[in-house]
Design a protein around this ligand. Structure first.
Ligand code: DGY
Length: 330
């Protein structure tokens, strides 16, 4: 008996060889193109879809899931799954595939970049230089904070948090960490407030959940204090963005390095104009190799979950490369 061909909707172009692997697997691929997953659900395009490959900008809520009665797996090209209604998915026995591990190093590197730019005021210094406001070296210009011997508090001691900790140690920092459960490791601080008081810089590495919403609020920003730095490469909702902007404007915080925002792609206007802030457009995992790995992991996980044989990579040099190729050029 011939089994019906599986149909998979993909909401974005897939980097690297992931798209080729999906095509080679023999599933029917529907490209969403310019419309949103919400539009697609309203237009009935999800009615006979077995799998969805999406990204963190696609809101896969109960309404979308209701419009896809055949759906049995969702793969997101992200480690975060807060854009997916996982409770409804679990009730419907829909697998949710993410990309753990694939982006640890790239995200940890970016956290260190933000830590350095915040401590060394490089964003402000570069802006002055570009605007013609720099008139020569000065002994008291752009004085920042040393990483050597400073204490970094890592909130969330998962793979990315640990990767940031290792990097910080290489800069001579003392590393403390906090997580919900005791880690049994040196540097564990049970109380988040204590960690904030003890830290010169704090880097956030917890997922977005109802429990972590505004985990860093005005009160906790004050615990950090005027010579401290906050780095967020995790999710915008973990920090009260308005409170952060006010703390920076009032110089109650030295600086912040922020890659994620509460209402992406919008950024709180007070944060845009705040002194001492480096803001980036959610590029934590944006390296050629990392994004290729993430897309491949999502596609392979989806196919495995659908019970479709995963084709072996046609060209393994292609599968794990770190150089720009013709297909990656904008
Ligand atoms: C993720 O995978 O959740 C990241 O935020 C993407 O950079």
């Amino acid at each position: 008996m011939n089994l019906p061909t599986m149909r998979v909707l993909i909401t974005c172009p897939l980097p690297g060889i992931a798209g080729d692997r999906l095509a080679a697997s023999g599933v029917d691929v529907i490209q969403l193109g310019d419309s949103t997953v919400d539009d697609a659900s309203e237009r009935g395009l999800l009615a006979d879809v077995d799998g969805i490959v999406c990204t963190l900008t696609d809101r896969i809520d109960a309404r979308v899931l209701d419009a896809a009665p055949r759906l049995s797996a969702i793969a997101t090209v992200s480690v975060g799954r807060d854009h997916i209604d996982t409770e409804t998915a679990a009730r419907r026995e829909i697998d949710v595939v993410t990309t753990p591990g694939a982006l640890d190093d790239a995200t940890a590197d970016l956290a260190v970049l933000l830590l350095l730019s915040s401590c060394r005021r490089s964003t402000e210094a570069e802006a002055d230089l570009r605007a013609g406001r720099w008139h020569g070296w000065g002994v008291d210009q752009y004085l920042g904070l040393d990483l050597m011997d400073a204490t970094l508090g890592v909130v969330g001691w998962g793979r990315i948090g640990r990767a940031v900790g290792r990097r910080a140690e290489a800069f001579g920092m003392h590393v403390l960490h906090h997580s919900r459960r005791p880690t049994g490791e040196q540097g564990f601080v049970a109380d988040l407030d204590d960690l904030l008081v003890l830290s010169d810089a704090v880097s956030l590495h917890v997922p977005a959940t109802p429990e972590t919403h505004h985990l860093i609020d005005a009160r906790r920003l004050d615990l950090l204090g005027p010579s401290a730095v906050l780095v967020n490469t995790a999710r915008g909702s973990i920090v009260d963005e308005a409170a952060l902007a006010e703390a920076l404007h009032a110089r109650r915080l030295f600086a912040a390095g922020i890659d994620v925002f509460e209402h992406e792609p919008e950024v709180h206007p007070r944060l845009l104009s705040a002194p001492g802030v480096t803001i980036l457009p959610h590029i934590g995992s944006a390296t050629i190799r990392t994004r290729s790995r993430m897309a491949e992991m999502a596609v392979d996980g989806l196919l495995a979950s659908l019970g479709v044989a995963v084709p072996s990579p046609a060209d393994s040099r292609h599968a794990d490369r770190n150089t720009l190729q013709e297909r990656d050029r904008p």
